[in-house]
Write a protein that binds this ligand. Structure first.
Ligand code: AMP
Length: 284
């Protein structure tokens, strides 16, 4: 668009630009992130540009949202390389970066949360109480602040994506939700901002997550799939399984047969670094 990248830190400045400036009158597409940007995020930005079109506006938000963290140590250790992030946004052709601080986003006496009550019961929702309330609340706020027409989310966080789609449907939020595929390292490890916190040994071990899921997914019965993935993950002496669950791809409820499309999902800890991954399984 040739208008140069704007970086704003308040909701009112964001709305002034996006709603008050003629240059930003096109289709606005939001990419919500917590920063520490990697190629996965940049693929979302590229996808956002395609959805926005050449005259549209790509907005990236960078906000480490405290209310979606269930562990204080994880929030504190979350990487925050803002300068590098901004350079990456600039190079990727982002139009506006929204970088609010916590006080800007949350009043000290805030008392409203957005809660999804079905899809968020299993998997990460069960393992991290309150996590998806925090996600839904911040995402809805970012939708309102950016007045975006569409928003792009990674399939890597498939439960998050399903919950956001449900929230948008249930609350008639006028935002198109766009899904973008998972970007992986050449050894199969899904890119994540938390990967930089892995020790060299753990980084070397971590591709076993995706390998275990993929291998197991080739079997033809639910019990065998779980057993095989559990055995494979159990062979690593470095990781601790948080959950390994086979769920219905639509309801995200645990299942014990393969009659419908399903998802084999895992969360593991390397020390205090938690990684998630999943594979999709079609009925045999
Ligand atoms: P995060 O900064 O981790 O909150 O992620 C921001 C967005 O990037 C979410 O929509 C994620 O699903 C997406 N994302 C994170 N990692 C990847 C990846 N490896 N491939 C594609 N999208 C990703």
């Amino acid at each position: 668009m040739g208008k140069g990248m704007q970086v704003v830190s308040t909701g009112s400045a964001l709305r002034d630009i996006l709603l008050g400036d003629e240059q930003y009158a096109g289709r606005r597409v939001l990419v919500p992130t917590m920063g520490a940007l990697h190629r996965g995020h940049l693929a979302l930005v590229k996808h956002a540009r395609e959805v926005a079109g050449p005259d549209g506006v790509v907005v990236v938000s960078i906000f480490v949202n405290p209310i979606q963290f269930d562990r204080e140590d994880d929030l504190e250790a979350y990487p925050r390389p803002l300068e590098t992030d901004l350079m990456q946004c600039q190079a990727a052709g982002v139009d506006v970066v929204f970088v609010p601080d916590v006080r800007e986003m949350y009043a000290h006496d805030r008392s409203t949360l957005v809660t999804e009550n079905s899809l968020s019961r299993s998997l990460c929702g069960a393992a991290r109480p309150g996590h998806f309330d925090g996600v839904c609340t911040v995402v809805l706020k970012l939708f309102m602040l950016s007045a975006c027409h569409a928003a792009v989310f990674g399939e890597k966080d498939f439960q998050q994506l399903a919950i956001i789609r449900r929230m948008v449907r249930d609350l008639d939020v006028p935002v198109e939700i766009v899904e973008s595929p998972t970007i992986r390292e050449s050894d199969g490890l899904a890119l994540s901002s938390r990967n930089v916190r892995l020790s060299a040994t753990h980084r070397e071990d971590a591709p076993c997550i995706f390998r275990a899921l993929n291998e197991a997914a080739k079997l033809h019965n639910a019990e065998g799939i779980i057993r095989h993935a559990m055995k494979r993950l159990g062979e690593s002496e470095h990781l601790k399984i948080d959950y390994l669950t086979l769920v219905d791809a639509e309801t995200l409820q645990p299942i014990n047969d393969l009659k419908r499309p399903s998802i084999l999902a895992a969360a593991v800890f390397y020390d205090n670094v938690r990684l998630i991954d999943h594979v999709r399984i079609s009925p045999p």
